[in-house]
Design a protein around this ligand. Structure first.
Ligand code: ADP
Ligand code: GLC
Length: 506
């Protein structure tokens, strides 16, 4: 829709394969890649975590970047290099902040994230000003970089070069808001009038996401249903009034599937590849999965798969008892890969011991095994209490694996419920976040597998035919960029008429 490519600066805490803790890393990487393919000059600023080797990426040092934080200037080293799929990556190196640990701090080290990610967010503006990349749009993601739009507003007041730069904040998950003690405020260096209950202050502390929502020129959420849910009491997790206030600038845009990484016809992780016309390879994948998890080699029993962060959001507590009952009856097998809450890790380990030969669990992270589960399972379980978008159910459908999900956020937007009277649908959807509702739908799906195999075959075809293209998501995003840029153009023109660039924090 744009005759010339835009200059887009992303700032984020994750971008796979360089850094990933969950779906945020997939989504950010796919957006950068797709926008680059669509002709935009898209660059992303990431921390140089210990796991990233700039030289291996072909990145070159750009020298020192001097980042003004509150009351002091902090130096880092800036690297710049090409991203494999298209686009450019800047890496912000500063060992005392980014070299130790993982992407996010846990336990005691969580408090440091206020320092780490405000430095990253403020540095994005310095990349713009000192490294010759003033973007049309600065695009931030989730709480870690939600300060970036606020820094942009602060600097626009006296930095004419930024007058035409707009900001977008994408909300991938409202449950993580970046709440910290007020002692980080001085370092953050935003004007004190931002330290109010309408902006960054929250119960006496700082809330990064809350202030970012107020500051961004436009906000996107990762599915249309989620954009509505965050404006409700239950879905807003305390931020309902702030999202509601911005409703006119809030758009739900569904994530997509990276069709190069997730394609059963080409997937190098599979023992045998397959497509919708010939599913023999899928059966081979099922057998290989059973072997890998020491399950009984049975074609006549459905395999249920789970690949997930083991977090309360994912609703796995709802499915635990119903699964145990099914396994006990010998009517299904189960493969789980995940890590997170120690209690859930322990529970699934116990389940695998109790039902050896019927259930297998890998507590840990592996891309390869994730692909094999998506391909080899018959059903994919995502009983999420909240799911902003969810990627697993879309990957599953592409591999002809039928999702069993709760109707929330992006799960409601992507899985078409099975209709027994017609055979239409792409999966199984339950409504209430209760063990009973979950158990009933799980049983119904398993019954369908045994009793209506023709419908299962049809659902598979319909699931595999669904397309969730990042091209569609980015086309919608471009419209958001256009609206933000139009508004900036208007403001900047107005300001130059009035003889200055009066700020717009109000
Ligand atoms: P979220 O971002 O909330 O974790 P998503 O469904 O959007 O949920 O994305 C999760 C991503 O992380 C998917 O790509 C999924 O395959 C991956 N993932 C989660 N846990 C694991 C794991 N233990 N091993 C491999 N991949 C995982
Ligand atoms: C978040 C959400 C998930 C979404 C992902 C990518 O981690 O929990 O639902 O798919 O971000 O946007």
């Amino acid at each position: 829709m744009f005759s010339a490519g835009l200059r887009l600066l992303f700032v984020a805490s994750e971008c796979q394969p360089l850094a990933k803790a969950g779906g945020l890393g997939d989504a950010v990487a796919a957006l950068v890649k797709t926008l680059a393919r669509r002709g935009h000059d898209v660059r992303i600023l990431l921390p140089r975590y210990a796991s990233i080797d700039p030289a291996a990426l072909g990145a070159r040092s750009q020298g020192t970047i001097r980042v003004p934080m509150g009351g002091e200037t902090l130096d880092g080293e800036l690297w710049c290099g090409p991203l494999e799929g298209g686009g450019t990556v800047y890496l912000l190196e500063r060992d005392d902040l980014f070299a130790g640990g993982g992407v996010y701090g846990a336990g005691d080290s969580y408090a440091r994230d206020a320092w780490r990610f405000s430095f990253l967010s403020r540095a994005a503006l310095q990349v713009a000003l000192d490294f010759d990349f003033v973007p049309d749009v600065l695009h931030a993601h989730d709480w870690p970089t939600a300060l970036a739009p606020a820094y942009l507003r602060m600097l626009r007041d006296h930095e004419p070069r930024l007058a035409r730069t707009g900001s977008v904040l994408t909300v991938h998950n409202v449950e993580y808001q970046g709440r910290f003690a007020m002692d980080a405020w001085r370092w953050i260096g935003l004007p004190d009038e931002q330290r109010t209950a309408e902006r960054f202050e929250d119960l006496g502390g700082i809330n990064f996401l809350k202030g970012g929502v107020a500051a961004a020129d436009a906000i996107t959420a990762v599915s249309p249903t989620y954009a509505r849910e965050i404006c409700t009491e239950a879905g807003g997790h305390g931020l309902r009034p702030y999202f509601t206030r911005r409703a006119a600038s809030l758009t739900g845009i569904l994530n997509g599937v990276d069709e190069e990484l997730w394609d059963p016809r080409t997937d190098a992780f599979l023992v045998r590849r397959f497509d919708a016309r010939d599913l023999r390879g899928k059966l081979a994948c099922k057998r290989a999965l059973q072997a890998a998890f020491a399950l009984e080699p049975r074609d006549d029993v459905p395999v249920l798969g789970i690949v997930s962060r083991l977090a309360p959001q994912k609703g796995l507590d709802l499915v635990y008892e119903p699964l145990a009952a099914l396994l006990d009856e010998g009517r299904a097998q189960l493969v789980v890969q995940g890590s997170g809450e120690p209690a859930l890790e322990g529970a699934f380990r116990t389940m695998a011991e109790r039902f050896a030969g019927r259930a297998g669990v890998h507590v840990g992270y592996s891309e390869e095994t994730a692909h094999r589960i998506h391909a080899g399972a018959d059903f994919f379980l995502m009983p999420s209490r909240h799911e902003p978008c969810g990627l697993g159910q879309m990957y599953a459908m592409r591999y002809g694996t039928l999702p069993i999900v709760r109707a929330t956020g992006g799960l409601a937007d992507t899985v078409l419920p099975y209709d027994e009277s017609t055979g239409e649908g792409t999966g199984f959807v339950f409504l209430a976040p209760t063990v009973d509702a979950c158990a009933a739908m799980l049983r119904y799906a398993i019954d369908t597998w045994y009793r209506r195999p023709a419908h299962v075959a049809r659902l598979r075809q319909q699931a595999m035919a669904r397309r969730f293209a990042w091209e569609d998501s980015t086309a919608r995003l471009e419209k958001v960029y256009a609206s933000v840029m139009g508004a900036r153009e208007h403001d900047a023109a107005g300001a130059s008429h009035a003889g200055g660039t009066k700020g717009s924090f109000g």
